[in-house]
Design a protein around this ligand. Structure first.
Ligand code: ADP
Ligand code: ADP
Ligand code: ZN
Length: 216
């Protein structure tokens, strides 16, 4: 089963993708994480995208399409994946359709995490991740069971994203509005869009997604 999670920054895509990964053995493919890894590794790609990401703008389509095309060729993608953060433009969505068809694959569900924008700043400003395993947390809404210790790996080092500061968040929201929101009618027209209420608590959103994909 292959799934696309759509929604603005802070809607909960990464959080829900990790749940689906844990429960149903699907692979989370986060283009944001892939780009951040490229920056940390100091690769040529990392250098190319660093300033763009810091500004809150989108990385060019050709780079992103190549990245996802290569990634879904890997054997671990064959058991099913969740696209988190891709596609983000109609050009990316069209290319995705073409590349999947060529590979004999398809997307089974496109799920919109529907949220009101006024909760996003608070979600993003409280977001942090375990440096060791990447598990996501929030200062208020998703604290680790034991303060300062990661639930998943017992690590005690955490980090915040440098693009999660208010000025950049504004630019990222505009990029979403202008370039990504048009994907909603694109997928609606193809009858493959479901919408879940992402204003609800994390566990409720997970249940709603499970009812869409019909996995108990
Ligand atoms: P996205 O991947 O869409 O940018 P995240 O999954 O990283 O969003 O979520 C952003 C922040 O909000 C995280 O700190 C996460 O713990 C928190 N969060 C996610 N979903 C919810 C929710 N339904 N209610 C409250 N906080 C949430
Ligand atoms: P969020 O989870 O907050 O929505 P991401 O981690 O998905 O943010 O993305 C962080 C940044 O990485 C984006 O602001 C953009 O610069 C870049 N990026 C990630 N995915 C894409 C994509 N599919 N197309 C273009 N840029 C992307
Ligand atoms: Zn951890």
């Amino acid at each position: 089963m292959n799934i696309i999670l759509l929604g603005p920054p802070g809607a909960g895509k990464g959080t829900q993708a990790k749940e689906l990964e844990k429960k149903h053995g699907l692979l989370q493919l986060s283009t944001g994480d892939m780009l951040r890894e490229a920056i940390i590794s100091g690769s040529k790609l990392g250098e190319e995208v660093k300033t763009i990401m810091e500004s809150g703008a989108l990385v060019p389509d050709d780079i992103m399409i190549r990245m996802i095309s290569n990634r879904i060729e890997q054997p671990d993608s064959k058991n099913g994946f969740i696209l988190d953060g891709f596609p983000r433009t109609t050009a990316q969505a069209r290319e995705l359709d073409v590349m999947l068809e060529r590979k004999g694959m398809k997307i089974d569900f496109v799920i919109e995490l529907a949220v009101q924008y006024d909760v996003l700043t608070q979600r993003i400003s409280g977001r942090y991740n375990c440096t060791n395993c990447g598990a996501g947390y929030h200062d208020e809404f998703q604290k680790p069971f034991k303060e300062g210790i990661c639930d998943q790996c017992a690590g005690d080092q955490f980090s915040r994203r440098s693009d999660d500061k208010p000025e950049t968040v504004k630019a990222r929201l505009s990029a979403y509005e202008e370039q990504t929101a048009p994907l909603l009618p694109y997928y609606r027209k193809m009858n493959s869009l479901s919408s879940v209420n992402a204003m609800a608590e994390i566990s409720e959103v997970t249940l709603e997604i499970e009812s869409v994909i019909c996995v108990p």
